[in-house]
Structure formats: C-alpha cells, structure tokens
Write a protein that binds this ligand. Sequence first.
Ligand code: PAF
Length: 283
Amino acid sequence: MKICRTKADVRETVRAWKRQGESVGVVPTMGYLHEGHLGLVRLAREKADRVVATIFVNPTQFGPNEDLATYPRDEARDLALLEAEGVDAVFLPSVDEMYGVGGDTYVEVPGLSGILQGALRPGHFRGVSTVVTKLFNIVTPDFAVFGEKDYQQLTLIKQMVRDLDMPLEIVPHPTVREADGLAMSSRNVRLDTQQRAEAVLLSRSLAKAEELAASRPEISKLDAAIRSVLAEATTGEVKSVDIRDAETLEELTGPLDRPAVVLLAVRFGTVLLIDQRVVAPAD
Ligand code: PAF
C-alpha cells in the first residue's frame, strides 16, 4: 500500500494507474477508522480496480467551539486496517499541504448547506464541499463512496457533483451499525457508559418511525412518536428531529405521502450523535 503525503505523489500514483486503463475509487475519511469506514472501502473495492483512501481531519469544517483539537486520531492503526482491506494508496496530507497559505476560494451549495445540521453548525458544509472538491481534483477518481449515515452531506455532495459536472460517480453506502443498532462513528468512543447505553435510543426511535410510516401518519404525529422514544435518554439532549423529503430535504407537512428521511441529532455531553433512516408509506 502506497502512502502519499503530498498532492504530487498521489496524483502521479493515480495517473500511472489510469495510463494502464484502471479505474479508481476514493473513500474520503477523517481517520480513526471503524467498521463503517471499512464498509465504504469494501464497496469501493467492488466498483474500482484501484482504491485510494484519504485521511484528513479537515479544519475548515469545524466551528470555533467544536471538537477539532480532541478529534480522535490513530494513524498507525488506520494504516494497518486499510492495508488489511487491500487499499492501494492512502493520501494523508498535512493541513499545510492541503491548504497552503492564503487560500481564499470556497465551494458552497447554499440551499443544502444552510439547513438542518448546517443551521446548527455554520460554515460546516462549506468546509466539507470545499475539501471534497479539492480531494476530487487531487485524486481524480471515477467513483467516490460516502456513507448514508451523513445523509445531508451525501445529498449535498451529489448536488455539487451534478451542478458542477464533476466527472465521477457518487456511490452511497448504507449506515453500518453496532450489534445494538447504534450507528458507527469515531465519536462513539467518547461516550461514557450511561451515554453509550442511552445512545441506542436513536436507532430505536428510527425503527419506531419506520413501523409507523407504513400507515401514512401525519408528520407531526411521526415527530411526536420519535421524540417520545428519545425522551427516555436522561443524559442526552435532543438537538433536532427532522422529517424531510428523502431526495430534496424539503420540509414535509400533512400526512406522509412519499419517502422521507428522518434525521436525528442528539448531544450526549460534548458528543453530538446523528443518525438517519429513510421511511416510506406502504404502497
Ligand atoms: O464524512 C467525513 O468524514 C468528512 O466530512 C469528509 C467527507 C471526509 C470531508 O472531510
């Protein structure tokens, strides 16, 4: 597995593969890998001849009071996991290599970046769309795999790729879960025992939503049912419950008449957990 710390190195590596007619898939990550990431890598392996994983904790997507300084990192372990998955190259740039000095250009999807998580985390999605554009320009992949867990991020990246005619395919991967249903996240390790036990209420409330959705409930009733499950968490603060059109993320009202995505954000101490599920009325 090739380790590339510079843009020039990863570009040259990918160029050589492309000269041989090989296709390239990329899996962008911020490291501290878990089964969820490895699922993305395995899907990339199925789709492409060569797989590049990127590890970069992107400062521009963290707000001033967010967890950039304490974001977990373990480069040696990440590299061992990626090697075991048969990844061909890893791109691990420093912040300086990635942004250099005087960067003044951003990519933004204003409609999707200002709503939902974007309203709670101003500037976050502008940081994501900018760094993902840079990674696409540096690696020049044919495919990029993103998890459905970060549903708004996935929707925004799909829109950006469409709007800017970026020449690659975005491949979604379903959320990978712990045995009890908790969506895998690098942040889970920072939950204490009680928070970890209560964090399962996110997926439990989504299962409830899926069950109720079949009978076309009023959106307000669906919302209330989800919140009543989440209310059992004594150590968690519900930051948001949103039920949106699954394609456009537009707000929905009245009875559920189309596939909708339920998006949750619950804060346990300093850890913000998110989860999502697409639910749909029965035919
Ligand atoms: O989902 C993530 O880990 C990050 O937002 C991403 C896509 C790697 C961009 O920094």
